[in-house]
Design a protein around this ligand. Sequence first.
Ligand code: PEP
Ligand code: MG
Length: 572
Amino acid sequence: MRLKLTGLTAAKGLALGRARIREPHVLDIEEHHLPPDQVEAEVERLQQAIAATRAELAKLRGQLQGALAQEIGEFLDVHAMLLDDPDLSTGLTTLIRTGLYSASYALKLQHDRLVQVFEAMDDPYLRSRREDVDHVLGRVQAALHRAPDGSDVIGLAGDVLITDSVAPAELAQLSERGVVALLVSQGSTLSHSAIMARSLGLPMLVVPPDDLAVVTEGAAVMVDAIRGEIIVEPDPDDLLQLREREFAQTRERRELARLRDKPTATRDGTPIQLLANAESREDISRAHRLGAAGVGLFRTELLFLQRHEPPDEDEQLAAYRDAVLGMSGRPVTLRIFDLGADKADSAGIALTREPNPALGLRGIRLGFARPALLRTQLRAMLRASAYGPVRILAPMVTRRDEMAHLGRLVQSCTRELRREGHHLPQQVQLGAMIEVPAAAIALPAMLSTLDFVSIGTNDLIQYLLAVDRGNPALGEMFSPLYPAVIRVLHQVIQTCKAAGKPVSICGEIASDARFTRMLLALGLTEFSMHPSSLLDIRATIRDSDLRQLRRRTGALLRAGRRTTLEQLVARL
Ligand code: PEP
Ligand code: MG
């Protein structure tokens, strides 16, 4: 029966495939006892599942290539070690033999026990290893449910994968296997996985779990991750519409491709800077190819995630230098690690047990709490500046003295490196992300410590509205179309302009063509976005008249209601 569902777009695109439902990672299995004569067969089944998982991890390890191969490889090695632990296998076998439990239920019991042990640990690094327990036992569980011919390996060509969440490391593999779209019930449109899905061109929607529950395995599913719609068992008219939309999209892409080498300026001639957000070598090469004027935000967290030890100075230098060389002389803005809260950390750097992580020891606060780590990163960034223009960006800044302190640290690292014989440029620019309301409001007091400003609207909106950016249940409440958000953005942009400091927006709204004209009207002339949006935004800007838009600024700022704002923005 035809059914229409809606979701929030995490990565744009159109797809048609068959539903493939993956059990949640969390092992939600009912207690089930076996007749005694089946116990040995169940033990054998479990051993086979463990062996299959081991082979799967080894195969995955062998297939890794590209910029993230080393990081993901180390992460897979930890999983293989956990799987080979003799206590794991003995514990499971004992549970099956003495409790007459099914292998699945024994796995669940073992999982719950291990999680308890990990969670009771004082050491934050060890505590954070519980994620690995989830992933390894989740894989064994999936292997147990796999048909003997392996035909239900999750994610085959033509599948629309329906699941609770997908780890960023899994996405490349899913895309390689030919999975055409992802429907997830957890996570948000701003998550790391969403950003990765965009890089891979894999359409992804976040859909409420109760809606996803009605989709049956194998059903035909049409995904429109542009409008945020899903049609289960589409009828002939739906299919025709999809073909038409695909055709229109291809034509649009071809037209956009012509804009690659075109300048970015409004119709009335004001040049606008389009910068890219990047976190991998692939992003850098795409940004360069599509004519980004530089990198406005290089997220360095990926280097720190999914591994045991933080990267040392040389490893970081290699990654940052790669980005700098990849942009051939265009400026690259390297962000200090913004670990904590939504950017979970397996290396145990961020605290994992804070009562309120979004308001906790994250971003630059964490850097100051771990000075050796911060110094190592600053040294690597400064060394990368010998290869091309580098700017250093601090996340989650709240107060002026944080920037003053950071400035002194940068100077001290620069002196130290020069003493060691490194030739560094005269000065590396230092900027702050404006994403905490206090920093936005008190910006004039902070400006003298800054060379540039980057507005992180993903967090700024979250903190201004008290709306969790990662909670899909809040849906459209997370939006820039609130009078408070518009006024703060305008104030920050104008404060920077008046002081002659470059200001850009690097949050997701800069990638969203629905808001481009509104941001131009508020005075923004520098946008930093996911590379996949560069041409789309360039097209919108080239089709905008800045003089006309500036006539609407007053109305935008006076709008007292969200509905008024929505109407005004739609008409710009
Ligand atoms: C932001 O907060 O807007 C931002 C760009 O940073 P992140 O999404 O990495 O927190
Ligand atoms: Mg942020």
